[in-house]
Each structure stands twice: as C-alpha cells, then as structure tokens.
Design a protein around this ligand. Structure first.
Ligand code: KG4
Ligand code: ZN
Length: 339
C-alpha cells in the first residue's frame, strides 16, 4: 500500500510517500523558519498562507522522487490535529480533495502519533511495548505505548513544553527562532556549572514536568546583566543542561515505574545532541535501550504522517472523509484508539 502523507500543523510543509512493502519512496519538506524568524515566533496567518503556496508543488516533488503519478497512490494521510487551526485546514482540505478526486480513502492523523511512531521508520525499530518521551514545541509527555493507538499517559508538563522552554529562553538571550538549535549551538562554547539553574520537579515523585520557572530564572539572569559572549554561552549551557537533566531523569523513572526497557524519544527536541548523549550514556547503567528517530525525522515532516496512516490503514482502519475536514487543533493523544 502506498500512502501520501501531508503535514501542515505548524511551520513546516511536509509531503512524503510511504509504501508498506518498499518503505519511504519520496519526501519533500519546506521549513518556514526564515519567514517567521523576524517576528521571533510562528505567525499563524502567515503559516497558513505559506502552506497554501507550497503544498501542491511539494506534492509534485515527492511524487517525482517516488517515480509515481497520483493514480498510483492508495490512500492519503493528513495531520488532523493538534496544531494551528488555519494551518491544519490547508493540509486537511488538500488531502481530502485529492482523496475525493482519486476516489481513495483519506485518513486524519494525530500529529503526536506521527512523532511517536517515527522511530519505527529506522532500520532497527523498537518493538512494542515501550515508553515514549514526546518532546516538541507544544508538548512534553511520557506515554506508555502498547501498540498503534494504545497509549497511556504517564506524565506531562503542567505548563510550558520543553521546546517552548528552549524557544522562550533563546528569545530572552536574543537568539533566533527556533530556540532549541540556537541554544544548543551557543552552549557548545559554554562552561559546565558556571551558572546554576533550577531543575523543576526533578524530585516531585511523579512523572510530570514544569518548565515555566526556568524561563523566570533565565529572565532574572539576563536582567542582572550578561557581561560578555562567554557569559551568554554559559547561560545557554545551563538552560540546556537543566532541561535535559529533567527529561532524562523522568524518562528513566518512567522506565522503572512501568518495568519496560525500551525508551523512544520523539518530537523536535529529540534532535538535541546533549539529550541523545545523556540517554545513550544512561542506557548501560540502567539496562534499557533508547531509540531516536533519524535526525531528519525529528522535527515535523510528511514521512511520519504517511507512515502512521499506512500502519492504521494496514491494520484495517476504515477512514471516512471527516465532516468539515474534522480538524482538531486541540486533541489529547490519550483519546486515540487502536485501529
Ligand atoms: O516537533 P517540532 O518540529 O514541532 C512541534 O510539533 O512543536 O518541534 C519544534 C521544537 C521547537 O521548540 C524547537 O526549538 C525544538 O523543537 N528543537 C530543538 C532542537 N531542534 C528543534 N530543541 C533542542 N535542541 C534541538 N537541536
Ligand atoms: Zn511536531
């Protein structure tokens, strides 16, 4: 089965074709980062308009790469939520219209399910069940995953998401958007333990997170004044270390609590080098294995949506074209059901 996947939930337009027999056949992606950068964050209306401009040309590129015509597509998967309403509408409208014209099924996919399943696209995929740490710009959650659509929430952030903590701290430091890669780059020049920042909820005894206090601590440090570039880099180092320490410790705690020994890390923040190194080091001591998506599949992309759609359709899920495209800008992952 060949599934065309469309992702337009935020600031990336992604299209890909996944074949259940031959894997990923083509993919095209356009990041809107350069467009939103001057505003210091994503401007929803600009995002929707850019998706409108990019989606069909990118679909043509992905089809060309796959050496296929639209007639050879068996189904279409699009991100139904969560995300920016206007941005979601673009992918949903194009996806359902294409499906209608081709007389093929269209299936709406939960964006976080796309992230969550993306490590399964690697050559050495994890088996179910596993613990998943989902860390993106809008979400920070620990889930127990027993199969496609079988998700139990173990813990989540009570306020800001981990990616948001990176983005807001970067803004306070005068770095560009998105903040994660910017902080991470500057932190390479930073020194360990020069600046001390809190590790919120590290010892809370549960699997929840809180990152809004970190932003306040960064604001206080910035207001006190950063003498030079070195001071700025030391603070960037401390921000990254604080976020990574909490994410890693809670992930290990989730493995202990569930008795599972596989950890999947997904979402934009899973691209973070320090998070990868920390969890890779922890694996040996704690007897678990960490699985990351390929770097290109960490942030938003069409491949993860095509793949999640293919898994659901292959498992027999019937996908009626939803009324009014059925977009769900807010949509808890734990509401999903197995196909
Ligand atoms: O999954 P994603 O592309 O979009 C959402 O669904 O939110 O995640 C974007 C988030 C942003 O907050 C960005 O700063 C963060 O992922 N991010 C990183 C890195 N690359 C992206 N955070 C830390 N380190 C990185 N290397
Ligand atoms: Zn995402």
């Amino acid at each position: 089965m060949r599934v065309l996947g469309i992702e337009t939930s935020c600031d990336d337009t992604g299209v890909a074709i996944y074949c259940t027999e031959r894997g990923l056949l083509g993919q095209a992606l356009h990041s809107q980062v350069a467009m939103h950068e001057r505003y210091g964050g994503v401007v929803p209306e600009l995002a929707s308009r850019d998706h409108v401009r990019r989606l069909l040309p990118l679909t043509e590129i992905a089809l060309q790469q796959a050496g296929m015509s639209t007639a050879e597509i068996d189904a279409i998967a699009f991100t139904q939520g969560p995300g920016l309403a206007g941005a979601l509408l673009v992918g949903a409208a194009v996806g359902t219209a294409l499906a209608f014209a081709l007389n093929k099924p269209a299936i709406g996919i939960h964006h976080l399910e796309g992230h969550l399943l993306s490590p399964l696209l690697s050559e050495d995929p994890p088996q179910f069940p596993f613990v998943a740490l989902l860390v993106s710009g809008g979400h920070t959650q620990l889930m127990r995953v027993d199969g496609v659509g079988r998700y139990t929430l173990l813990g989540e952030t009570l306020d800001d998401a981990a990616g948001e903590a990176f983005d807001k701290s970067a803004k306070l430091l005068g770095l560009g958007y998105p903040g994660g890669p910017a902080i991470s780059r500057l932190a390479e020049q930073g020194r360990e333990a020069v600046v001390k920042l809190p590790r919120p909820m590290l010892h809370s005894g549960d699997l929840d997170f809180s990152f809004s206090g970190l932003k306040t601590a960064v604001l206080t440090a910035v207001r006190k004044g950063l003498a030079d570039e070195q001071a700025k880099a030391d603070l960037a180092f401390a921000v990254q270390a604080a976020i990574v320490d909490v994410l890693a410790a809670k992930s290990v705690a989730a493995l202990e609590q569930t008795g599972l020994d596989r950890l999947v890390i997904a979402g934009g923040v899973s691209a973070n080098r320090r998070l990868r190194d920390t969890l890779e080091r922890a694996q040996a001591d704690r007897a678990f294995r960490a699985y990351f998506p390929k770097p290109a599949l960490c942030t938003d992309n069409g491949a993860m949506i095509a793949f999640a759609g293919a898994l659901r359709l292959a498992a027999g899920e019937v996908a009626p074209v939803p009324d009014g495209f059925g977009i769900r800008p807010r949509w808890p992952l734990s509401e999903l059901q197995a196909p």
